[in-house]
Design a protein around this ligand. Structure first.
Ligand SMILES: Cc1cc2nc3c(=O)[nH]c(=O)nc-3n(C[C@H](O)[C@H](O)[C@H](O)COP(=O)(O)OP(=O)(O)OC[C@H]3O[C@@H](n4cnc5c(N)ncnc54)[C@H](O)[C@@H]3O)c2cc1C
Length: 669
């Protein structure tokens, strides 16, 4: 029987739950390093910890062979500043990000990334991912280096972003983790961290989890734990039937990694930061429609009458040629590229784009909708690298977009691809398919990350963070590899001398009771989907773009009420629903931290897109700082920290010195 519909038609009933369920069974697994989350960052962390000799367990809510945002592939690899052709140094790239974000950026993490992104990629090549044009398909192309056969994207002058054949990246690193003997536990939703003595703020000694197929309980004891769980995509919007087709996010992206650390007493930072939500039900299938951003950078956009939209640089100089769209003009240092976890760009680092006033020009009749992209106007090399190599390898595009359109007869040598017809403001961003303007303004995305040091260690002993969303300062594919790889090494160093992890039986038992309470509810309670939707609505209304002390406190009260009423009497009918309900519990925690952090920042801030109606002055100097937040004995504490804390005592004053000190331990082994 191939599909659900056929099965139900034939059998006249839905299938039985296909796994043996045993909610009473408890499994205990002991390791040196536990990695929570098996996306790119998690698998890479597991690999490097295992390479360093640690016994490693990796627990993933999905199946780590394909799970996470990078599971479906990658076509452009950022931050490879140490590749032999790069003209941008790690310092310059880090400065570009830090200055663009006016200091609201964990630049030490960015520096680590730019030092190691290329090395991380070379390892992927060794393990079976193609990163060079070995077949000379693009010989002579201006985005190719003839000696190394590397291909570059977006900024052909500076060559720090690479085009790669990454459709198989996840299986490749998964296989390497298996080869190194990492104990991979798939379908485990981690629900809490274990701390020494069961107390908040003490050393982390492992975690608990539930198998979302069998319902069995898991106790993981570990000397060090690495959080690599990605973000909280389901916090502000929950449209599961639609997210499948138009989301960049992952259903398991429910902020659990942040929430469990918060409950354990770790410090989080910039949790008040949000930005417009761009996807999840409001956009189009990623990369499906005609557009000129990201993977499709540089492609000619033409209107219904065949008139081409001009391109400009950040200083509004017109760019005359298609080639010029990939080059830097006067005043441009280099193009950082988009999708790297920063929300603001200084002009000298900004990418070239179609004219910035396109909505006005459409309104005035200069261009007639709909738009199309015309690949035939590009050189043969550009056309083939875009529709072929890039769309054929980018996440979520190889099968649904590339194969489907090709099979349907799409021919880039002849055909054009239509752009979505949408609210005119949607054309302000060249990634038309993301359809930013379609999303209501109070639907947000965001939250911050763990405050980490130069070891990517959090404020808790034994707890590390990797990945764009959980470590303060990252945000793209290569960065997840690099931070995972780095955190794995640091954690492995730590466990060499760390005492054995002793978990507190009372803490474990309390968590077990909490996890299974919904299983024993009578079936009058509501389910996880309704609860998720309610949480999203509270977040939209009370922690949306505009907020004040009153709305935030109301939001906190409503979240508490959801926890104490709907969540407390929710019911689940199988282990999958149990996992999803646990995620809802974490979403409530995540939302609460965001609201508490928003209350603590009594000033509006343009870089954080943070608008306090009761503190309207934008960017007052005295609020130019970080406000890390944590719980001590369940009481919320914030403190002040300079934006560049990672270059201040106890750290050294330069990136290079800090990096050398912290990686020196690695080489002196
Ligand atoms: C369609 C698409 C295309 C992209 N293309 C590019 C590109 O070309 N270049 C680029 O630089 N970036 C790209 N990105 C972004 C990049 O893929 C992500 O930044 C990166 O994959 C993030 O990886 P991660 O490991 O940090 O987090 P995630 O991928 O979010 O992984 C988190 C993991 O944690 C697991 N998890 C979550 N909660 C739990 C829990 N409670 N217990 C256990 N496990 C849990 C999840 O199952 C998941 O495996 C793209 C993203 C998408 C969606």
């Amino acid at each position: 029987m191939s599909i659900w519909h056929e099965y139900v038609q034939k059998e006249g009933t839905v299938p039985e739950w296909p796994y043996a369920v045993n909610y009473d069974k408890v499994n205990e697994i002991i390791s040196d390093v536990l990695v929570v989350g098996g996306g790119l960052a998690g698998v890479r962390a597991a690999i490097s910890a295992a390479q360093a000799g640690a016994r490693v367990v990796l627990a993933d809510a999905g199946h780590a062979k394909r799970s996470g945002s990078g599971g479906a592939g990658v076509d452009h690899w950022h931050g490879a500043c140490t590749n032999p052709c790069s003209k941008v140094t790690p310092e310059e790239y880090t400065k570009g990000c830090y200055d663009s974000m006016h200091g609201y950026m964990g630049a030490h993490v960015r520096y680590i990334i730019t030092r190691e992104s290329w090395d991380s990629l070379l390892e992927c090549e060794k393990w079976g991912m193609r990163i060079r044009d070995v077949e000379d398909e693009f010989k002579g192309a201006e985005f190719r280096d003839e000696e190394t056969k590397l291909l570059f994207a977006y900024d052909y002058d500076n060559r720090h972003i690479l085009r790669v054949w990454g459709y198989n990246v996840k299986p490749v690193i998964y296989r390497e983790a298996q080869r190194l003997g990492v104990n991979i536990q798939n379908r485990i939703c981690i629900t809490s961290l274990l701390t020494e003595g069961g107390k908040q703020g003490t050393r982390v000694v492992g975690a608990t989890g539930v198998n979302t197929r069998t319902g069995e309980f898991y106790i993981f004891r570990a000397k060090a734990t690495i959080i690599a769980t990605g973000g909280a995509g389901r916090l502000f919007q929950f449209v599961p039937e639609l997210t499948a087709s138009s989301s960049m996010s992952d259903m398991s992206s429910a902020g659990v990694g942040h929430a469990i650390g918060w409950k354990a007493g770790a410090e989080l930072v910039l949790m008040e930061k949000t930005g417009p939500a761009t996807l999840s039900g409001f956009g189009y299938a990623p990369y499906s429609m005609g557009n000129a951003g990201n993977t499709y950078h540089g492609v000619p956009v033409i209107d219904a009458n065949g008139k081409e939209v001009p391109w400009v640089d950040a200083f509004n100089h017109t760019i005359e040629t298609i080639e010029g769209r990939f080059r830097c003009g006067p005043g441009q240092k280099f193009q950082l590229g988009i999708g790297i976890g920063i929300s603001n760009y200084l002009p000298e680092y900004q990418q070239n784009d179609p004219v910035h006033d396109l909505p006005d020009r459409i309104r005035k009749g200069e261009f007639v909708l709909p738009f199309y992209i015309d690949l035939t106007r590009m050189s043969e090399h550009e056309r083939r690298v875009l529709w072929g190599m890039m769309v054929g390898n980018e996440g979520k595009t190889r099968i649904p977009i590339y194969e489907t359109l090709n099979k349907a007869g799409f021919d880039p040598d002849k055909d054009m691809l239509q752009a979505p017809v949408m609210t005119l403001e949607g054309y302000l961003s060249s990634c038309f398919w993301a359809a930013r303007a379609n999303t209501p303004p109070h639907y947000r995305a965001g939250g911050g990350a763990y405050l980490v040091d130069w070891d990517l260690k959090t404020s808790l002993e034994g707890l590390y963070a990797a990945s764009g969303s959980t470590a303060y300062g990252g945000g793209c594919h290569g960065e997840s590899h690099a931070t995972g790889r780095y955190a794995g090494k640091r954690a492995a160093e730590f466990v060499r001398t760390a005492p054995d992890p002793v978990a507190d039986p009372g803490q474990i038992e309390a968590e077990r009771r909490r996890v299974y309470s919904s299983v024993h509810q009578d079936k009058d309670g509501i389910g996880w989907k309704e609860i998720n939707q309610a949480i999203a609505r509270v977040m939209q209304d009370y922690c949306g773009k505009y907020k004040n002390e009153r709305t935030l406190n109301m939001g906190l009260r409503l979240l508490r009420e959801i926890r104490e009423t709907e969540l407390a009497c929710a019911c689940v009918s199988n282990p999958h629903e149990l996992g999803r309900l646990m995620e809802c519990s974490s979403l409530i925690d995540f939302g609460e931290v965001m609201m508490c952090a928003s209350l603590a920042r009594k000033a509006s801030n343009s870089i954080l897109d943070f608008h306090r109606l009761d503190y309207r002055e934008m960017d007052p100097q005295e609020w130019n700082k970080l406000l890390p937040i944590k719980q001590v004995n369940s009481e919320i504490k914030t403190r002040e920290l300079p934006l560049d804390y990672f270059l201040k005592a106890p750290f050294a004053s330069t990136y290079e010195e800090n990096y050398t000190v912290h990686t020196g331990k690695e080489t002196s082994k």
